[in-house]
Write a protein that binds this ligand. Structure first.
Ligand SMILES: Nc1ncnc2c1ncn2[C@@H]1O[C@H](COP(=O)(O)OP(=O)(O)OP(=O)(O)O)[C@@H](O)[C@H]1O
Ligand SMILES: [Mg+2]
Length: 330
């Protein structure tokens, strides 16, 4: 559905992106993740035909974005980083205007506008002037703009950036609802958002793609040990030492709140021995579970080539178990 082949773009001497290649399959949600200035917006602007690549090629729904820009644009909806809206229209007028521009059949426009407004939760501001809407609502109208002609491909540049936590959850659900019927690329700084919404993530840093994979595969690829979290009812001074003497165990580190993280060599399952040692020590085993790498850890490791912070401050608790929004936000 979307194909990028060796896309590069320079501004003067500087390369904003270099040799970016990937594809988005039909019906999938692809997350574009990277620090500020990584090249996310540049790549999205090229895909949407708003910026010409210095070299390389991209197609949307089979149409080259440089050679067949109108055909490509007809198949895509774009929510730019800053949604350019016409302030003097009401929400409904504005969306009807956009639908007309996107060549939605005239008699189908009212239904198309209603559908987009319902999906994006802006029906309650249908008759308000766009200029008077709050930032989060403007962004919702921007999203309605992107989907009003029901395009098969959606390119969303930080779709939840101006929203409050409740709106974020709603818009994530809207995006999840598009899975299957639409191919979506969205950029985000919110790492848990990528795990919550996306089928695969592209991690881009300094203009270059450093990884394209599912979160699970990325975590598995970067994992270099097996970590198990053990929560106990009563501490016993000797426990960490005893756990450390289990064959295959590399480190035992406190993880706060009466918990310990037992790290073993890759491929070594020490859970049974860990359980036995804890029970024999009379510590009262409350919980025993494998610790997954969070997307944040994966990201840090790929982008900085550094080990994620030690387990002691809770950094190894999986992202799925964390409150939303604990990732880095712009
Ligand atoms: N018009 C421009 N002129 C010069 N340099 C530019 C221009 N637009 C972007 N750049 C540079 O290209 C690089 C990539 O920028 P881009 O906006 O694509 O990053 P981004 O990943 O979207 O960042 P953010 O997360 O902050 O939105 C940056 O170094 C930026 O300064
Ligand atoms: Mg950007």
């Amino acid at each position: 559905m979307i194909q990028a082949d060796s896309l590069s773009r320079s501004y003067g001497e500087r390369w904003a992106i270099r040799d970016v290649s990937f594809q988005a399959r039909e019906g999938e949600i692809l997350g574009f993740l990277g620090p500020n200035g990584a090249g996310k917006t540049t790549t999205m602007r090229i895909l949407t035909g708003f910026l010409a690549p210095t070299s390389g090629r991209a197609t949307v729904a089979g149409y080259d974005v440089v050679e067949r820009p109108l055909d490509a644009k007809r198949h895509l909806g774009y929510l730019p980083e800053v949604a350019p809206l016409y302030d003097d229209f009401t929400t409904r007028e504005y969306l009807a205007f956009v639908a007309r521009l996107k060549q939605v059949e005239r008699r189908r426009i009212p239904d198309a506008v209603d559908r987009a407004m319902t999906l994006c939760g802006v029906t309650d501001v249908a008759d308000r002037l766009v200029r008077n809407l709050s930032k989060g609502y403007r962004q919702r109208v921007g999203l309605a703009h992107a989907i009003v002609h029901d395009p098969p491909v959606l390119i969303l540049d930080e779709p939840t950036s101006a929203m409050d936590p409740r709106q974020i959850v709603e818009i994530r659900n809207v995006i999840k609802g598009l899975r299957g019927g639409h191919t979506v690329i969205l950029s985000t700084h919110i790492l848990p958002e990528a795990t919550a919404v996306c089928d695969r993530v592209i991690i881009i840093n300094d203009g270059t793609i450093v990884a394209v994979d599912t979160y699970e595969q990325l975590a598995a690829r970067l994992r270099n040990s097996e970590k198990t979290l053990v929560r106990i009812a009563r501490a016993a001074g000797e426990l960490a030492g005893r756990l450390g003497r289990i064959p295959g165990v590399l480190h035992v580190t406190p993880a706060g709140d009466g918990a310990l993280v037992v790290e073993a060599a890759l491929g070594q399952d020490v859970r049974e021995q860990v359980a036995r040692v804890v029970v024999e020590a009379g510590c009262g085993l409350l919980e025993l579970r494998p610790v997954a790498m969070s997307l944040e850890d994966v990201f840090l490791k790929l982008v900085t080539h550094e080990e994620p912070p030690a387990a002691a401050d809770g950094a190894d608790i999986p992202a799925r178990g964390r409150a939303p929004g604990t990732g880095t936000q712009a």
